[in-house]
Structure formats: structure tokens, C-alpha cells
Design a protein around this ligand. Structure first.
Ligand SMILES: Cc1cc2nc3c(=O)[nH]c(=O)nc-3n(C[C@H](O)[C@H](O)[C@H](O)COP(=O)(O)O)c2cc1C
Length: 196
């Protein structure tokens, strides 16, 4: 397959790292939905598996002079993405600390790539977390291509363990489609479709 034929790689970042997180089945649903959309190659990047230490690099990440194997591995993972969907919870009216730690670890690996924000929580659907996250993404020169706010997400997860499934409301599914449309549009605008 030539570069021109290659689909853009969409990475779905699972931001919550706690046992029993609802973020994991939500991310699996979004991944399945994105695969059926058929415009992207899809990869799940689970921050619980990545298991970064609290940021401990001596230099600013923009220089990419990483000293830790964990940072080097995470850099290689994020560098290969063309676009992202970040699936993240609202914790204390903001987004979760593991996500900030992951974002802070890198710099150019995130830059100039479109991102969809799949937020969730209680009645506020993670909207406050999304509003807090957007300036951070701007600082990393990322482009927000869409938002998918999911209210009372935990009530839509059923089953046990790895068999848990997330059942989206019709408006959530419509939001996912709009977000994927937005990612595709931004990839065209940024001139990246199939080019990297
Ligand atoms: C530390 C903590 C703080 C929370 N703060 C909020 C909050 O401010 N707003 C909200 O809507 N839900 C809040 N919640 C509820 C979470 O959104 C809900 O538990 C969700 O399932 C967490 O995502 P996770 O299961 O993927 O970790 C909080 C949960 C935790 C654990």
C-alpha cells in the first residue's frame, strides 16, 4: 500500500486509569464506531497500559531529548497518529490528572493534529472537563475538531469486566459521527490525509 492509499491513523486515548473505569467501554464503543465509519485506521491507546510515571524529564519536551524509556516509547506511539479522540472523565470540575501528565510528556508528537473530545461525567457530561482541556490542547497546537459530551455515562454501561458494553443514546451516536466528520475535514484542511 502506498502512502497515498493509506488511511489516516486515529488513536483513541483512554484517559481514565482507575479500576472499573467507564472510560474503557466508552472508548471501545467509539473505536468500533470509528472502524465502521471506514475512513480511519483505529488504534486504542490506554493510559492505564502506558503507565507513565509522573513527568520526570529534565528538558522541555519540545526538544524531544527524552531520557526515560517510558517517554521514548510513548513518543513513538503518539508520533505515528494523524488524529486523536480523547475519551476522558470529569473529575472535580476538570479533566483527570493522568491525561494532563500524558499530554505534558510530549510536544511535537501532538502538534498540528486534529482531536475530538469525548467527555463524560454526571449531568454536566464532562463539559467542564472539556472546557478546561481546550486551552491545554491549544498550547500544544492541536486543533479541536469536535466534541461528544456524554451525560450520566455510567448508567449506559452494562455487563461485567471485559464484557462491559456502552450503549450510546441516539444523540451521542450522532455526536460521534459529527466528530469523525470533523476530524476528516481537518485532516484535509491540514493537508495530512494519506500524506504521512
Ligand atoms: C475523583 C473524582 C471526581 C469526580 N468529580 C466529578 C465532577 O466534578 N463532575 C462529574 O460530573 N462527575 C465527577 N465524578 C464522577 C465521574 O465522572 C464518574 O465517576 C465517571 O465514571 C468517572 O470516569 P471513569 O469511571 O472512567 O474513571 C468524579 C469521580 C471521581 C473519581
Amino acid at each position: 500500500m502506498t502512502d497515498a492509499q493509506r488511511r489516516p491513523l486515529l488513536q483513541i486515548i483512554v484517559a481514565s486509569t482507575r479500576p472499573g473505569r467507564v472510560g474503557e467501554p466508552i472508548a471501545r464503543w467509539f473505536g468500533d464506531y470509528a472502524r465502521e465509519y471506514e475512513a480511519f485506521d483505529v488504534e486504542i491507546v490506554d493510559l492505564a497500559d502506558v503507565a507513565l510515571p509522573m513527568f520526570a524529564e529534565p528538558e522541555h519536551p519540545r526538544f524531544a531529548r527524552y531520557t526515560l524509556d517510558s517517554t521514548k516509547a510513548f513518543s513513538a506511539t503518539i508520533a505515528r497518529a494523524d488524529a486523536f479522540a480523547i475519551v476522558f472523565p470529569e473529575y472535580n470540575h476538570s479533566y483527570n490528572a493522568a491525561l494532563k501528565n500524558a499530554l505534558d510528556h510530549l510536544n511535537q508528537e501532538w502538534a498540528r493534529k486534529p482531536v475530538a473530545l469525548v467527555s463524560y461525567g454526571g449531568v454536566a457530561a464532562g463539559a467542564r472537563a472539556a472546557e478546561a482541556l481546550i486551552p491545554v490542547l491549544v498550547g500544544l497546537q492541536m486543533v479541536v475538531a469536535g466534541t461528544v459530551p456524554i451525560p450520566f455515562a455510567g448508567q449506559r454501561v452494562s455487563g461485567e469486566g471485559e464484557a462491559r458494553t456502552f450503549e450510546p443514546a441516539p444523540e451521542t451516536e450522532a455526536g460521534a459521527k459529527a466528530a469523525l466528520d470533523g476530524l476528516g475535514s481537518w485532516l484535509e484542511i491540514l493537508g495530512l490525509r494519506g500524506a504521512r
